[in-house]
Design a protein around this ligand. Structure first.
Ligand code: SF4
Length: 484
């Protein structure tokens, strides 16, 4: 699984904000490593710089000193729709009459066919869902382009036509905007510079650590269905989806894997939730063992929690190459084992002869986990008991996370016994959905469609038709699953 973008925005009158925007998107690098970009306004014109690559390779001091202005938005991209080349990098920029605006998008839209028709996209002309959204907003903006705050009106007209997942930051010459879809699939939060009584500026970010790094104080999360407008008049808020009709569905995997451990989501720090997942996992599926270890990085807090609750000592069994980032360089078929070796290496003395509890956050195709278990056994582990701090991943995501098709999702087509045999672990168990929610500590308001099949919005496939093999039909396990 890969994340699908980080967005950032800053409004700080009297300052040049490009370096701060760099810091903001650098803090969100884990959400997307394919491209990075920012749009900066000096109050008259907007300049956009974007390119493929990591934030630090797209921007250097010389580029940043050339970007002048006190308001800006930024983006890091992982593509789940559209191509991976330069043309898909964001922010997306549009000119409307004498006005212009830029948009940065995190999420995936689910009604792109209707949107393509509505904006008059020609067949064969490649548009990402973010391009279509920008086009739709631009067409709505056209009627109001000369009106002060015309972009705000355009958002009110265009956003109700858009379905799916979108957390946005936008910028025109004078203001920045933060928007979340009515379900709030992807996170977005608001921060403040200065004191509550005398704010000196504002920032928006996918995750709160990006506010911390620029020196802004976390204020609150942007609500699902809300538009936050920040400009010379200060900060204001209104809704394009009525409060009563909004139905929060924050991606539950933000807590399991995607978000940084120091992020604040739904009022909870992610690291604490991950530790509690491990504690509940130990209570739910105990096992006799000599050492608990986590798969770096996102499995580590849950492993600490498992050790705490079980009384089994915690130790390190794997060292991660810190320069790998979170993606494998070559995820094609047959390369996963090599990818695991590039990323992780066993601490042989620490694991030799030991019965290990290995805690990881999720199993998607299973090929990476299989290579990991093999590595630990070859390094001398006596037993490997795999514990997963989330429920079985059975359904694809349509809301901005890159997942394989259902046929490639191991838990969609195989029993726990078959998965254990395929992975080569001695035992294996998943955290229940009830315990996952308990660990987060917030009862309602999550999307768990990839775990439950309950999609909060209409999606392109019918879950009812996309069934697993009948329970009694034997499933032949392949050494490596097709398409992996
Ligand atoms: S389907 Fe899964 S990964 Fe996608 S938004 Fe919902 S919980 Fe997150």
């Amino acid at each position: 699984m890969k994340e699908a973008c980080g967005v950032f925005g800053i409004y700080l009158p009297g300052a040049d904000v490009s370096h701060l925007t760099f810091d903001g998107i650098f803090a969100l690098q884990h959400r997307g490593q394919e491209s990075a970009g920012m749009a900066v306004s000096d109050g008259v014109s907007i300049t956009v710089v974007k390119d493929t690559g990591l934030v630090a390779s797209v921007f250097d001091d010389r580029t940043l000193y050339g970007l002048n202005g006190s308001l800006s938005i930024g983006h890091t991209r992982y593509s789940t729709a559209g191509s991976q080349d330069w043309s898909s990098a964001q922010p997306v920029y549009r000119t409307v009459g004498s006005q212009s605006f830029a948009l940065a998008h995190n999420g995936n839209l689910t009604n792109t066919d209707q949107l393509a028709e509505r904006v008059g996209a020609l067949p064969g002309i490649g548009l990402t869902d973010s391009d279509m959204m920008a086009e739709l907003i631009a067409q709505s903006f056209l009627a109001n382009a000369e009106v002060v705050d015309g972009l705000h009106d355009a958002l009110h007209k265009a956003l109700p036509l858009i379905e799916g997942a979108f957390s946005l930051t936008l910028l025109d010459q004078d203001r920045i905007y933060g928007v979340r879809d009515p379900h709030g699939f992807r996170p977005l939060c608001l921060g403040r510079f200065g004191s509550e009584e005398e704010p000196t500026g504002w920032a928006l970010a996918s995750e709160s650590p990006a506010l911390d790094v620029v020196g802004a104080t976390f204020v609150r999360e942007v609500d699902p269905g809300e538009i936050v407008t920040i400009g010379p008049e200060g900060v204001s808020s209104d809704r394009y989806a009525p409060a009563g009709e909004t139905d929060a569905h924050l991606c539950i995997f933000e807590f399991v894997y995607f978000a940084r451990p120091d992020s604040l989501l739904r009022g909870k720090e992610v690291h604490g939730a991950r530790r509690r997942m491990g504690q509940l996992l130990a209570q739910q599926v105990p096992v006799e063992a000599d050492m608990v270890m986590g798969v770096p990085d996102s499995g580590v807090p849950a492993a600490e929690g498992y050790a705490l609750a079980s009384g089994i000592p915690y130790g390190q069994g794997l060292v991660k190459n810190r320069y790998m980032g979170r993606t494998f360089i070559n995820p094609e078929q047959g390369a996963r084992e090599k990818g695991v070796k590039r990323k992780l290496n066993p601490l042989r003395e620490n694991i030799k002869g030991k019965r290990l509890v290995v805690v990881d956050d999720s199993v998607v195709r299973g090929t990476t986990t299989r290579a990991l278990v093999k590595m630990l056994k070859e390094a001398g582990a006596a037993e490997v008991h795999l514990r997963i701090s989330s429920p079985p991943f059975k359904w694809p995501c349509f809301y901005g996370i890159d997942t394989p098709t259902r046929a490639e999702l191991l838990a969609a087509t195989h029993s726990i016994e078959e998965i254990t045999a395929y992975i080569g672990a001695d035992t294996m168990a998943y955290l229940s959905l009830e315990h996952l929610v308990e660990a987060i500590g917030v009862e309602k308001g999550f999307c768990d469609a990839c775990l439950s099949g309950n999609y909060p919005t209409p999606v392109a496939i019918s879950p009812a038709k996309d069934v697993a093999p009948p329970a009694n039909e034997p499933v032949e396990l392949q050494p490596a699953l097709p398409g992996v």
